[in-house]
Write a protein that binds this ligand. Sequence first.
Ligand SMILES: Cc1cc2nc3c(=O)[nH]c(=O)nc-3n(C[C@H](O)[C@H](O)[C@H](O)COP(=O)(O)OP(=O)(O)OC[C@H]3O[C@@H](n4cnc5c(N)ncnc54)[C@H](O)[C@@H]3O)c2cc1C
Length: 465
Amino acid sequence: MAYKKIDQEDIKFLEKVVGSENLKTRDQIEEDFAHDELKAVFSYPEIHIFVTDKFQIIQIMKYANDNLIPVTVRGSGTGLVGACVAIYGGILLDTTKMNKIIELDKTNMTLRVEPGVLLMEIFEYVEEENLFYAPDPGEKSATIGGNIATNAGGMRAVKYGVTRDWVRGLEIVTPDGQLIVAGGKVVKNCSGYSIKDLIIGSEGTLGIVVEATLKLIPLPKKTVSLLIPFENKEAAISAVPKVMMDHSIPTAVEFLDKQALRFSEEFLGKKIPNADYDSYLLVSYDGNSDNQINDDVEALSDLCVNELGAIDVYLVDTDERKDSVWSARGAFLEAIKASTTEIDECDVVLPRSHITEYLQFTQKVSEELNIRIPYFGHAGDGNLHIYFCKDDLTDEQWKNKIEIGFKKMYDKAFSFGGLVSGEHGIGYAKKAYLKQQVGNKQMNLMIGIKQVFDPNNILNPGKVV
Ligand SMILES: Cc1cc2nc3c(=O)[nH]c(=O)nc-3n(C[C@H](O)[C@H](O)[C@H](O)COP(=O)(O)OP(=O)(O)OC[C@H]3O[C@@H](n4cnc5c(N)ncnc54)[C@H](O)[C@@H]3O)c2cc1C
């Protein structure tokens, strides 16, 4: 696709729409806006604009579509697959100033928000009203627009599902600048193909989310976490199906190992209590009464110690313990990043029954390629985060090992019925593996969908399909 380069006339138009204070030209753009959190994909946009309302987006998209200028939407830039990087230059359309909470509707238990509202702002706002928005991806400074565009998952997916399950309606600007409404405040919707669900997880390639209506539920009154050490990872992972089946559904079942905990301790500069064993499950429950929570804790402790070979069960109950254990878990990615010169990520999701075997395979790949591959994962939903570390490899060695190693990792995952991505998406970095996983027919269906939404291929070109 031959895209138009931004010239003075385009700048004049965009300045008129968003104001000169909301526009940065190429020489004013900071390096942070040429990459996302992982930094594996790097490209500067030609112009960086901050939009403040949906009417500006409508005008910009009409103009960009008429003039064949590529547009890449960006929230907080915390993505990990290069999805918000403007690989063809053009306009970087930043939503972080569209950050209003529009309406809390207590009767319908919904919250209407602009796309640039941060996840942590949503938590704070609804929890003050004793309400709960359950999706809990690790990076709370991500925008809700980014969460919707990536169908973000997170730790509470085991019990509450992912972002998709919490979006009732969307207002979307299409690539040619039309405003459409998909879904709404309704609980059920069987009205034709679900455009809402196509947009969720489409990584900013089909439309721009300009408003979202989110589902809320009453805030659970009690939560508790248990840190459960095991002799080795096989024992920890093979306990997961029983933990899931035996009693109440946990809110989270996370797998942690000694190595990841050490990175976090070093990164955070503090010791985590009871963190000297080989492998752990971190399990949480929520509910509304002490009795219910105590039952859950007792039943899980009995099961783990008496039947599943756990060494002990530690209650993460004081504020200090909660803070140290959950902040260590939350810091894994940052801590692994800080331990090396560069990382690349494999975010596969597998049927839970194959996790142990897959982690053994990962260990084998690490030894064969002589490369460090730390990992952690949402054991409850089979989503693993596996990091290749560059350390002191040359660029050429790194590229070579990544290529061989990722091929092995994805081939193995697919042979177990796994998928390329459980929550971080495809973006630019994982396109080849998506094609391998879904095959030609499904890939062509996806390309067809993209063509229907965006015949000029101006919205986030070069991503996903
Ligand atoms: C420490 C850390 C922990 C993380 N933990 C998790 C986790 O547990 N689970 C998880 O799922 N992810 C996780 N992530 C990844 C990341 O936070 C999510 O992908 C998040 O949803 C990205 O939001 P963002 O606002 O940063 O979006 P960006 O990175 O800016 O953009 C991501 C994609 O969304 C598109 N986009 C953004 N806004 C809009 C919009 N309004 N309309 C249309 N498209 C849009 C962009 O074009 C791009 O394709 C983690 C990241 C980090 C750094």
